[in-house]
Design a protein around this ligand. Structure first.
Ligand SMILES: O=C(O)CCC(=O)C(=O)O
Ligand SMILES: [Fe+2]
Length: 298
């Protein structure tokens, strides 16, 4: 995985032109049951209120407060040492050869430049349908065409991914929109705070379906939205990694999620030497940044 090959550059090319690419199997047969079990554990803790770092129904973007309803569409900070053995299982997969190999390939960076970032779990709410409006993660909906062009012209030195543990059809994207300002019609449909009535009304939209074990890597400024159905099991690993050559360009996107816990020694102690190196890069970046705002308004 870590040595470049012709098929690997095809992967990067697809990621660069379409803004996303699907990779079949980055979870080994031994890891799969461990990840499923760890997911079940943290989902139970979240739904019972024992784990309060979560994304609750009704709130689309950070900050995700600890208060509010118990029905959640996401579990935050799944490598946290307070999650015990489950946290460790997630940490082992986040730093595994397969995942790190593809991330490096898409980032075009060396092992020493990899930055540990976010790792969360996206789940089905149990009693509400919910949806996220059309958005780009780090460009606000009111950005002018010129502002959009400028923001999308920057390479942010990061990759984000969703890895499905169960079949997942929640995400919709507009291929190619990570590098193009919105058309007037796309702008209209993504300027509202309301979730879409039908995501397929968005010109150019496609629905991304992942089979268990598949991963979609995407540029998080691609125009995207998601719908959450309480009757369909979802447990999808949702993370990102960066390349330190991006300096503080990724600070807002990452630090708005509240990562003070990652600076604790007891978290570092749960990680492999590779994980500890990646974490050190994050902590150094964080130290150079005074204050970050939020990418979106809820
Ligand atoms: O649920 C998903 O797959 C997408 C989540 C998302 O877009 C976000 O958290 O900003
Ligand atoms: Fe998003």
């Amino acid at each position: 995985m870590s040595t470049p090959s012709s098929s690997s550059s095809e992967l990067k090319q697809e990621f660069t032109t379409k803004g996303y690419v699907i990779v079949p199997s980055l979870i080994s047969p031994t890891q799969f049951p461990l990840l499923k079990q760890a997911a079940e554990d943290v989902i139970n803790k979240t739904r019972s209120g024992a784990w309060l770092s979560r994304r609750t129904v009704g709130r689309q973007f950070p900050p995700f407060d600890e208060e509010g309803p118990l029905d959640a569409w996401g579990v935050q900070h799944i490598m946290h040492p307070d999650l015990g053995e489950s946290g460790k299982v997630f940490g082992e997969w986040y730093t595994s050869d397969g995942l790190v190999g593809v991330a490096r390939e898409l980032l075009g960076c060396g092992e020493g430049e990899l930055q540990m970032e976010l790792f969360n779990l996206l789940i089905n709410p149990i009693s509400h349908s919910f949806a996220l409006r059309w958005h780009r993660d780090d460009v606000r909906e009111g950005a002018s065409e010129e502002e959009e062009r400028e923001a999308l012209g920057l390479w942010h030195h990061g990759v984000q991914w969703n890895t499905a543990l169960y079949e997942d059809s929640c995400l919709f994207v507009v291929p190619g929109s990570h590098s193009q300002p919105r058309t007037p019609e796309q702008r209209l449909l993504s300027s509202t705070q309301e979730p879409p009535k039908d995501p397929m009304d968005m010109p150019g939209a496609i629905r991304v379906t992942l089979k268990p074990g598949e991963t979609v890597f995407y540029n998080n400024n691609i125009l995207h939205c998601a719908t959450y159905d309480p009757t369909s099991t979802r447990a999808t690993l949702h993370g990102c990694m960066g390349d330190i050559r991006g300096g503080s360009t990724r600070a807002r996107n990452i630090l708005q999620h509240g990562l003070a816990w990652m600076e604790e020694e007891r978290f570092r102690d749960t990680l492999s030497p590779r994980g500890q190196r990646m974490l050190r890069n994050l902590v150094e970046m964080k130290a150079g940044v005074k204050e970050v705002g939020y990418s979106q308004v809820n």
